[in-house]
Design a binder for this molecule. Sequence first.
Ligand SMILES: *Cc1c(COP(=O)(O)O)cnc(C)c1O
Length: 384
Amino acid sequence: MSNYKSIIEQYEVDVYPRRDIVIVKGKGARLWDENGKEFIDMASGISVANIGHANDKLVEAISNQAATLITCANTFYNDTKAKFLEKLFSITPRNLTKAFLTNSGTEAIEAAIKFARLNTKKSKFIAAMKGFHGRTYGALSATFKKEYREGFEPLVPGFSFVPFNNFEKLAEAVDSDTAGIILEIVQGEGGINLGQKEYFEKVRKLCDENGILLIIDEIQTGFCRTGKMFAIEHVGIEADMMTIAKSMAGGFPMGALLCSEKIKVEKSKHGSTFGGNPLACAAGYASIEFMVEEKLWEQAEAKGKYFKNKLESFELSKVREIRVLGLMIGIELKDKSQPVIIELLEKGIVSLPAGTTVLRLLPPLVISYEDLDEVLKVLYEVLK
Ligand SMILES: *Cc1c(COP(=O)(O)O)cnc(C)c1O
């Protein structure tokens, strides 16, 4: 075992199922290990590196800001934060007008839960089975998977779960104390399950009729991944709050809760030390600028269609179903996905699971067609 592996195994809390590789470098959709072996990245660090690894614009922005001002208390105004917020609200849904800036996805969900209780003076939440919203207590309480929850109880009270895309079951779960409904548009961790437009239209109406806040989690689907800047554009509804993170700042840790005019929060009721620091804001600005300049959502849509058409033209005996939206790709297998993921890695392709039987592919959106062809060739060999 290399020295790096043994050091990490010795000192890091053992929560991550590890792949047997030391990644030392990335560029675009490529990664390199300590021995110089090259990989095609079909994971993007779980939809984080949407603009590609070591993106030149991002590198320059982070370097310049690091030499100018890294940290600044949120009680002061800051030039980089102002420019970033203006940039952010040039691409987000029109009805969302304010942001609470965080360092991660789970913190954005925590803010949504707190603000929902504060604004509705109600306490309960409904989320979807197979949904994933994060690992801190509030977000974990909204997350369905038993293995993630077990051993950590008592969780935050008031959370219940209903099947995704089933409006009747959701409507039955609502009562007079329901503060919020928390949903992904496409369930990422849960297996790339695509939300239906009619479902979300009914959910929106249900929330309006019952004074419930609709919280849409776009942490994995946001920033061009699904072929739109945000996946909510596919279903054509408005969220009362929306959480974003992952690829928001090109890989630099950053998240946000976006709020509509309905949400009011008094001074000192919530806060963050690092959230919206100048370095993150500079990274976020450069990332969004790159997405817009390169029309990255169009690239995701075109490349996703190309990939899906080719994949569906193959005779793949190990595949049950293929679910694709933009470059958010789920390949449901007849058997466990883990052995396939390991085989792909041996053949130079980094991929992800989603649940036990789904192979999840989330490449950087800047990936070349040549790389997609290479991945398709290997997928055929492995899944035929
Ligand atoms: C990753 C993810 C989160 C949690 O984000 P962290 O930054 O890991 O805290 C929440 N919701 C969804 C849909 C995610 O994919």
